[in-house]
Design a protein around this ligand. Structure first.
Ligand code: ARG
Length: 461
């Protein structure tokens, strides 16, 4: 049975339109929040004297019964219901009769849907923030073992200078830290109650919106009814945070793909997160890391999709807005699937410290040589030029920087002395990077402390 079509229409809707118009595939997952919001609304109707105590009780019990039916699979909506709100209300009215038919007083699906989504998204963010926090904990734990594991830092994907694996992993810690800040801002944006805005202009009934807000755990009431039903900033905020997080995970995935290649060989992928080839028996493919990489554009597209829907849309509610859930839930599902995989990959990946160290070729000392000359009083530009000449000389002769005899160095500049030969061990180069935030093990140890403090200062929301 479906709710009879309004008296405004003479015939039924075309089946093709019913199918297109149904948003159940997008919004059915909101049923819990729809019931929660309906209970709070019923309480406000009771407070305003629109529902009697007996009617309120029937609605509350009826909604609980609908919830149980949905949970057990006994109640399944059909496209004719159009959306989650109509489906829940239809079933409620079937169960309890007239009191159910009074529930939609002083409410529109326009303020209802955006209330449901806010309630739902709050929970999503709490869950995903917790997943990010555990990723951060993992990064801290793995970094602590690798303060002295050297590898080249790359710029332009060319070996640049020596850094440590801890420093590299912690870079992602701070990216995720900022992602959590953005997610928290999106969660805060969810805490404004739209319910009570009605279809667009507010209500004829004196419903206590402040009490409704408190009831549902919102911390404030939307100030403007048109804004309340027309805006989706809070979804954009989430999608923007998700897109940025996606870009971070994508870079991490891309790096793992690169590092797992035969050419780099910096990591061995856990078998649990690798794929095979249907034709080449020797292959071990970095599928999980590739899908991490691919999540970046997917999440960026979700953000772009919603911004596209919002662009140029006149106030207030328009059916276009129901598409918000298409983009929102795609991003939610993407991150729900992705974050445990990122955790698994990072927890089980094996680092090949020998390959990393071997990639620290002698030319990586060049900047240290130039900086050493500066310490000897040579202006940096001159030191850079001198060292560049030294590198070229070594390339021509097929020698290493460390092998150049002192007298030859001194013929280039009297600033050279024995200390030149202390610069060529990767560990020595690492130890010299003592600026705050730098790669020297002592600095990274401090950074680890700050990372741990940041984790502690931000319990999961
Ligand atoms: N199902 C719609 C959505 O998801 C809510 C209904 C809005 N109201 C309307 N008259 N179509 O946004």
């Amino acid at each position: 049975m479906t709710v009879a079509r309004s008296g405004r229409f003479s015939g039924d809707r075309a089946p093709s339109f019913v199918a297109l118009n149904s948003s159940l595939s997008l919004d059915w997952r909101l049923w819990r929040e729809d019931i929660e919001g309906s209970v709070a609304h019923a309480r406000a109707l009771l407070g305003a004297g629109i529902l009697s105590a007996a009617e309120y009780e029937a609605v509350e019990n009826g909604l609980a019964a609908v919830g149980r039916e949905i949970e057990s699979g006994a109640f399944v909506p059909t496209d004719a219901d159009e959306d989650v709100h109509m489906a829940v209300e239809r079933r409620l009215t079937e169960l309890i009769g007239e009191a159910g038919a009074r529930l939609h007083t002083g409410r529109s699906r326009n303020d209802q849907v955006v209330t449901d989504v806010r309630l739902h998204l709050r929970r999503v963010i709490e869950r995903q923030d917790a997943a990010l926090a555990s990723l951060q904990e993992l990064l801290v734990a793995r970094s602590a073992d690798h303060l002295e594991t050297v590898l080249p830092a790359y710029t332009h994907l060319q070996r640049a200078q020596v850094t440590s694996l801890a420093q590299h992993l912690l870079a992602y810690f701070w990216m995720f830290e900022r992602d959590r800040t953005r997610l928290e801002a999106a969660r805060q944006a969810c805490l404004e109650l739209p319910l009570g805005a009605g279809a667009a202009v507010g209500l004829d009934f004196p419903l206590d919106r402040t009490a409704e807000a408190a009831d549902l755990g919102f911390d404030r009431v939307a100030e403007n009814s048109l804004d309340a039903v027309a805006s989706r900033d809070f979804v954009v905020d989430y999608l923007a945070a998700a897109a940025q997080l996606g870009a971070h995970v994508s870079r991490l995935g891309a790096e793992i793909v690169l590092w797992a290649s035969g050419e780099f060989g910096f990591v061995r992928l856990p078998d649990a997160y690798a794929g095979g080839s249907s034709i080449m028996p020797q292959k071990k493919n970095p599928d999980a890391a590739e899908l991490m990489r691919a999540a970046g554009p997917r999440l960026a597209a979700d953000l772009g999709g919603l911004l596209g829907v919002l662009h140029g849309l006149p106030l207030a509610y328009n059916t276009d807005l129901r598409e918000d859930k298409r983009y929102l839930f795609d991003a939610v599902d993407c991150l729900d699937q992705l974050l445990p995989v990122v955790h698994g990959v990072l927890a089980e990946i094996a680092y090949d410290e020998t390959r990393m160290a071997a990639a620290c070729d002698p030319s990586l000392a060049a900047t240290d040589v130039a900086d050493y000359l500066v310490e000897q009083g040579v202006p940096f530009r001159e030191a850079h030029h001198l060292t560049g000449g030294l590198v070229r000389r070594c390339l021509e002769r097929g020698e290493d920087l460390a092998q150049v005899p002192l007298e030859e160095l001194r013929s280039l500049s009297p600033a050279f002395d024995e200390r030149y030969y202390e610069l060529h061990e990767p560990a020595a180069q690492l130890a010299r990077k003592r600026s705050r935030g730098g790669s020297a093990p002592e600095r990274v140890r401090e950074q680890l402390e700050r990372a741990r403090a940041a984790l502690e200062a931000r319990p999961c929301c």
